[in-house]
Design a protein around this ligand. Structure first.
Ligand SMILES: C[S@@+](CC[C@H](N)C(=O)[O-])C[C@H]1O[C@@H](n2cnc3c(N)ncnc32)[C@H](O)[C@@H]1O
Length: 272
């Protein structure tokens, strides 16, 4: 079994930052080490030295490696109770504002984006929501844009969807082609997908809702504070920040900037 020390992980992240400008230095060390080890297995590397050489010398290796480090578990209608609750509050939010801007920060392979847009469709709110979906993983973003998911995954998502809407069927939103189902592209005509790093990049736009679910879980507390500060700037006064059920952010959130909107559903509101 390959072993790597904390010092080796630290110098690796420092090299990636210095050489390629991609910041992994503020990720939670234990989970980063697990991910580095998993990526090494995927790329069949047997020592940290081999990995080191590839990072320094093979420009084409860096992006696939980073994609592997940031592979994220996601699913459609993840936490169905959350989506049920959002379906109750969204019509009022949209009615108050007329139109809203939404940012899916860390959208991974797009399941959260399709879920939101199915919800928007079922609530009859099409044309009133404009969305931006970003991730630093280029492969994940490409899949999000293509909307193609393996039928086994879609079967799992159907199960979640039924908990959200027992009378509908997720299968009405995709077409099967061989072992894949392709989501109806009309679902994402309001979405702009873009590669962006939450830690190193800045986004000048303002949003009514920011989703950042199950992303900051990997960040150390300095990075969490930095990104929360950016989200504060990116939210319109009264705008909502939605985090994941397991994102341990409650103790870190600045109570002068955010208040609880719905603690059960992990929704915070920007104080004016
Ligand atoms: C577990 S997935 C979450 C997907 C979706 N939000 C959900 O809850 O189902 C985490 C995603 O965060 C992305 N991510 C991690 N660090 C990031 C960063 N610094 N900038 C942008 N995206 C990041 C990963 O690439 C991954 O796709």
């Amino acid at each position: 079994m390959i072993e790597i020390s904390d010092e080796e992980v630290n110098s690796l992240t420092a090299a990636i930052m210095k050489r390629h400008g991609i910041d992994f230095t503020c990720y939670e060390p234990k989970s980063l080490k697990r991910r580095v080890l998993r990526a090494m297995t995927v790329f069949k590397l047997t020592s940290i030295h081999e990995l080191w050489i590839k990072i320094l010398k093979e420009v084409d290796f860096v992006h696939p490696f980073i994609n592997e480090l940031s592979v994220g578990l996601t699913s459609m209608f993840r936490d169905p109770t959350f989506w049920l609750s959002l379906s109750k509050s969204l019509p009022t939010i949209v009615a108050e504002k007329g139109r809203i801007n939404v940012w899916h920060a860390g959208c991974s392979t797009g399941e959260e984006v399709y879920t939101m847009n199915i919800l928007i469709h079922e609530l009859g709110l099409e044309g009133k929501v404009r969305s931006f979906a970003s991730d630093m993983n280029t492969e994940a973003l490409a899949q999000a844009k293509s909307g193609g998911y393996h039928i086994l995954k879609l079967a799992e998502y159907e199960h979640n969807y039924k908990k959200f809407n027992e009378r509908g069927s997720l299968s009405s939103y995709y077409k099967k082609e061989d072992k894949f189902g392709f989501m109806d592209s009309s679902l994402i005509t309001n979405v702009r997908f873009e590669m962006s790093n939450l830690i190193t990049d800045t986004n000048p736009n303002k949003y009514d809702i920011i989703f950042c679910r199950n992303v900051m879980i990997y960040f150390d507390s300095g990075a969490k504070r930095l990104v929360l500060d950016k989200f504060y700037q990116n939210l319109k006064p009264g705008g909502l920040l939605i985090i994941g059920f397991f994102d341990a952010l409650v103790p870190i959130i600045d109570k002068e900037k955010f208040e609880f909107y719905d603690l059960n559903q992990k929704i915070f509101r920007r104080i004016n």
